[in-house]
Ligand binder design. Structure first.
Ligand SMILES: Nc1ncnc2c1ncn2[C@@H]1O[C@H](COP(=O)(O)OP(=O)(O)O)[C@@H](O)[C@H]1O
Ligand SMILES: [Mg+2]
Length: 381
């Protein structure tokens, strides 16, 4: 029987204060909005009006909930014996001891800008096959600027950008040469960490204020991009090589946001306005787009997947520029996979639109990985 190691990081339980460094600050769940998570009710009271300092806590926004981990384990159990390998400090020893045939990896990592690369790198060190992208691609995609450099080199459209590495560099910017509006974000984060309406800047004064705050709060360079004013989409990719397919495109219906809200899918939309009692109907799948736009989106998504060396599954964010052309915003090789269909989780949603249920989605990723390694899975279970 196939022995499947399952690597993950579980978010601290918000009802267990000792598990969270600052017990007054609830942890967030998963990469995408768990609209059912109780911790969010507390956060709703902290919605920051534009141009007031960012005060939300998003420390654990990337990690997975017990519900997601259980659901993935159940899906994997159809293929063999599942060995849980929580990616904590002693992960290397437990992996070495367990020696699974393959590791199914959804671990977001513990620390640092290369955190998502650690589990795959350890698997490679011990010669254990694993699912998903390799350490290089995972580290690359966690750096939004480096990702864009590769996209540019491969002629995949992406908005113009520059990087601000320090307060000193911010002070030295030639502000008069900039064309607004611009959009600023921490270069190494995901899950809308550090992305609120404030990040849309339309003057030199706003840019200086917001970039300064982001440098301070996130202690990492800030990427400043041309604001893409058009429609937004996110696209799941499953498989590899000639068999890589783009799932039905998910479109963002910004009309669902509160009146006056900026048309972005940032912290407010993901974590504050999407609530259990009022789920935000922001996603439309398949997205209502004309054939030309759909073909163009599929083309840039597959080219981004190839250029960045993604494997097995990925989610690519796309926005249209002022001319209506599809631009890649960022690439998520460790996509959010909330199991509950009422949660706004885009990859499972796109898979469902293609007739692929949750277990089959997890299975497709595992099978793609097993295929790459020439590993035969027992799918009769
Ligand atoms: N250059 C841009 N122009 C317009 N909106 C942007 C731009 N970059 C990011 N956004 C908005 O911010 C959201 C979050 O940015 P993204 O880079 O996808 O970060 P995250 O890793 O948090 O998902 C996007 O979904 C989009 O709505
Ligand atoms: Mg994104």
């Amino acid at each position: 029987m196939t022995r499947i190691g399952f690597a993950y990081n579980q978010k601290p339980d918000p009802s267990a204060p000792a598990a969270v460094p600052d017990a007054a600050e609830p942890a967030l769940a998963d990469e995408e909005p768990p609209s059912r998570d109780g911790a969010l009710a507390t956060l709703a009271t902290r919605a920051a009006p534009r141009l007031s300092p960012v005060t939300h806590d998003d420390e654990y926004a990337e990690w997975d909930s017990a519900e997601t981990i259980d659901a993935v384990e159940r899906a994997l159990a159809r293929y063999g014996e599942v060995i849980r390998l929580e990616a904590t400090d002693d992960f290397p020893q437990r992996l070495r001891h367990a020696r699974p045939d393959i590791v199914f990896n959804i671990a977001e990592g513990l620390r640092g800008p290369n955190r998502e690369a650690h589990v795959p790198a350890i698997c490679e060190f011990y010669g254990v096959p694993y699912s998903g992208s390799d350490p290089f691609t995972l580290a690359l995609c966690l750096d939004k600027a480096r990702t864009k450099e590769i996209l540019r080199a491969h002629a995949v459209p992406t908005a113009d950008w520059f990087l601000v590495r320090s307060h000193q560099a911010l002070g030295a910017l030639d502000l008069g040469a900039l064309r607004f509006p611009l959009f600023a974000k921490p270069v190494h984060e995901g899950s809308s960490k550090g992305i609120t309406e404030r990040n849309f800047v339309s003057s030199a004064a706003e840019l200086t204020l917001v970039v300064g705050e982001l440098l301070e709060r996130y202690q990492q360079p800030v990427i400043v991009e041309t604001f893409l004013p058009g429609a937004e989409f996110t696209c799941g990719v499953l498989g590899n090589g000639a068999r890589a397919r783009v799932l039905p495109i998910v479109g963002m219906n910004f009309g669902a946001l509160p009146a006056g809200a900026l048309p972005i899918y940032g912290f407010e939309a993901k974590w504050l306005w999407d609530r259990p009692e009022h789920p935000l109907p922001i996603f439309e799948c398949p997205a209502p787009v004309d054939d030309r736009t759909r073909d163009e989106i599929v083309d840039v998504v597959l080219r981004a997947f190839e250029a960045l060396g993604c494997r097995d599954w990925t989610r690519v964010d796309v926005r249209l520029d002022a001319a209506g052309r599809a631009n890649v915003v960022e690439v998520n090789p460790l996509p959010g996979i909330l199991p509950d269909p009422t949660d706004n989780s885009c990859l499972p949603k796109a898979a469902r639109a293609a007739g692929i249920g949750y277990d089959a989605l997890i299975g497709a990723c595992l099978e793609a990985a097993a295929d790459r390694h020439g590993l035969a899975l027992d799918t009769r279970r």
